[in-house]
Design a binder for this molecule. Sequence first.
Ligand code: ZN
Length: 90
Amino acid sequence: MAEVLGHCEACNAKIRTGDACHYTADGCWLCDDHAPMLSDAIRQHQEIAEAPWFDPGSLNYDSLDDLLAQMNRMRRELAEKGDRKLLVTA
Ligand SMILES: [Zn+2]
């Protein structure tokens, strides 16, 4: 039986080894149903970039330039491949 790694932050579903899921920057699991979209992540980055002072919160960025570079990469991916759920294999 696959090991239970955690529970979805939104619905408490079990996340097992091999499941498609999302692991947030602040260490929470989200199940397939509740994983954010690429466009959600871009919006989140945009909000941080537009704030009056730089506060990346739980996101791991040292500077606004780092954040903007990643945001541009995600925007390029969205433009080239369209929106997708941000899933990894647990
Ligand atoms: Zn869920």
